[in-house]
Write a protein that binds this ligand. Sequence first.
Ligand code: ADP
Length: 345
Amino acid sequence: MRQLQRSTAALPNGVVILNAQREIVWFNRMAAQLLELRSTADLGLRIDNLLREPEFLRYLTRQDYSNPVVIRPTMGEDTYLSLQVVPYGEGQLLLLVSDVSRQMRLEAVRRDFVANASHELRSPLTVISGYLETLGQDPAVDPDLLGPIAEMRRQAERMTGIIRDLIELSRLEETDEVVGGAPIDVAALLSLLRKDVLARPVHPHEVRVRVESAAQLIGDESEIHSAFSNLVDNAAKYTPPEGSIEMRWWTDQGGGHLAVTDTGFGIPAEHIPRLTERFYRVDAGRSRATGGSGLGLAIVKHVLQRHGARLEVQSTLGEGSSFICHFPPERLAQPVAAGLSTETA
Ligand code: ADP
């Protein structure tokens, strides 16, 4: 303990030692400065009585300390602090504190730029798309131009899709977590998504929905709809018509799980870790041909993160892929009247 204190006293990061009761045992100079701790008065006080930001209190009780939590203490307007708990010894906790205001400000500038640029591009694009549509239907137009006009319309639609996805991503990035939310009827949602696939001009011939749990998912309905619909859309885009898609919802002690499985082209293993990066495409040609923006899985990742969930990807080249969303148990609710269903096309 002495040695730990000596070696951390002069660190540029704040360090607070907490006992099993979460009472402050010791802190270094930087922690005192960042958290406005008083050297004698605050020793022995519980950290959750001193730091009352809801994000931090939730972080402490959740006991998943793998990532830091960022709080905005009320004392400084534009100050952001990153807090991370590291358990050590017998029930003791090390609380690491650093000032991340500069990173957060840069991040905000980047986010605003993307959001503003996307909004600005939307209006001129609407005008271009409008004229192209009119031209495409004008009988006076030289028939040789109809092909190029149709292609321009397709490309304008793609740009509209990219801009829509960029705007959605910046909105998702504004806050870290969906607090609360409403119970979502997963069976109804999957049934709707199945209809969307069947309404595509070309689609995998079989689209199955397997709902093995009546549990509802607690979250933001439009975000969850957007995430699941991106996964189902991908399954439809990257699976040939003779293939099939299955959406499966089930629950166990680990929580709620939604798997979207297809018998499509599959993804080479080396690409899997990077799929959720913005604009990352395994096969740019194929993605473009299907009208993809390369932002779909980035949206999925963000939505899941905001619901405390994670994405698992399994894929075998030439055989198919499975995208599985794992939601924690606290995101589940039991409906009043339970019923299970299976739909096949
Ligand atoms: P896109 O708009 O290009 O589909 P996404 O972010 O949704 O962008 O997906 C990123 C890339 O991951 C896609 O370009 C595609 O190469 C690959 N991918 C996603 N889902 C599947 C799937 N079900 N089967 C095969 N490849 C997929």
